[in-house]
Design a protein around this ligand. Structure first.
Ligand code: KIV
Length: 283
């Protein structure tokens, strides 16, 4: 697959071809996503929970984010790689937002950045600085406290209109795409129709321009909780536990390692001779 561009994603929307996006946080995950020819990788701040074991996303630092973007970029040359701006790295000032975006691009090597919330001025400034920005509306985990927790957003007429207005303002500010999280599916459909850029849904129903899922959620690698909108395509976590249990059992019963996993260099007799020599010198 050739390197995916913003223009290609835009054309996919215009042609009605659905876009696929998944998160990845390290080299081996990125290699797998590359092989599957997924168009977009998000190095999402969900890594704070899935990979670093935090309760939420707010503790993640820009240094940590960069450390995860780098191996993903190495492992996946073809998909567009988007780095998440972490909480606290773009809410102080526009200058701070540009600085943080520069770091993800320069030090991490990703193609674009994503930021949460209706912040058109911030988006415009980052885009003017020459960096592609993806927006993120609906349930925005970094500020979930303000939204009343991890709940469906945009329910009801006014809330839906507000989100649609936010989407248009982000579009005008220059985002190349919008992630829309955890909203009624009719809102996902309408937003995909009223903005010209691709809307990538997560828990936003069937009618968005594309879909994104978190790597660990869709593969059964994170069992603290599974939101209703997640489809678990595989139970890799259970597979891994099974493999470790087998490994342990084979170590205990002596069937691993077997001869095929061992190296030969000298015979048992030679080894016994060396051992006898050592013992006699010790006595
Ligand atoms: O951090 C993340 O994984 C995300 C997705 C939920 C879109 O922002």
């Amino acid at each position: 697959m050739a390197k995916v561009t913003i223009q290609q994603l835009q054309k996919m929307k215009e042609d009605g071809e659905k876009i696929s996006m998944v998160t990845a946080y390290d080299f081996s995950q990125a290699v797998l996503v590359e092989k599957a020819e997924i168009e977009v990788i998000l190095v999402g701040d969900s890594l704070a929970m899935t990979t670093l074991g935090h309760e939420g996303t707010t503790a993640l630092t820009t240094d940590e984010m960069i450390a995860h973007i780098r191996p993903v970029v190495k492992g996946a040359p073809s998909p567009m790689v988007i780095g998440d701006l972490v909480f606290g790295s773009y809410n102080e000032s526009i200058a701070q937002a540009i600085h943080s975006s520069n770091r993800l691009i320069k030090e991490g090597g990703c193609d674009a950045v994503k930021l949460e919330g209706a912040l058109p001025d911030t988006v415009r400034a980052i885009v003017d600085a020459g960096i592609a920005v993806q927006g993120h509306l609906g349930l925005t985990p970094q500020t979930a406290v303000l939204l009343g927790g991890f709940k469906v957003q945009g329910k009801g007429h006014d809330a839906a209109l507000k989100l649609l207005d936010d989407a248009r303002r982000l579009e005008e500010a220059g985002v190349f795409s919008i992630v829309l999280e955890c909203v009624p599916e009719e809102l996902g459909r309408v937003m995909s129709q009223i903005v010209s850029v691709p809307v990538i849904g997560i828990g936003a129903g069937r009618f968005c321009d594309g879909q994104v899922l978190v790597f660990h959620d869709m593969l059964g690698l994170f069992d603290r909780f599974t939101p209703r909108f997640v489809k678990q395509y595989r139970q890799i976590g259970q597979e891994i536990v099974g493999a470790f249990q087998e490994f342990k059992e084979e170590i205990r019963n002596g069937s691993f390692p077997s001869e095929e996993h061992a190296f030969s260099g000298f015979s048992r007799e030679e080894a016994d001779g060396i051992l006898a020599g050592i013992k006699s010198r010790m006595n």
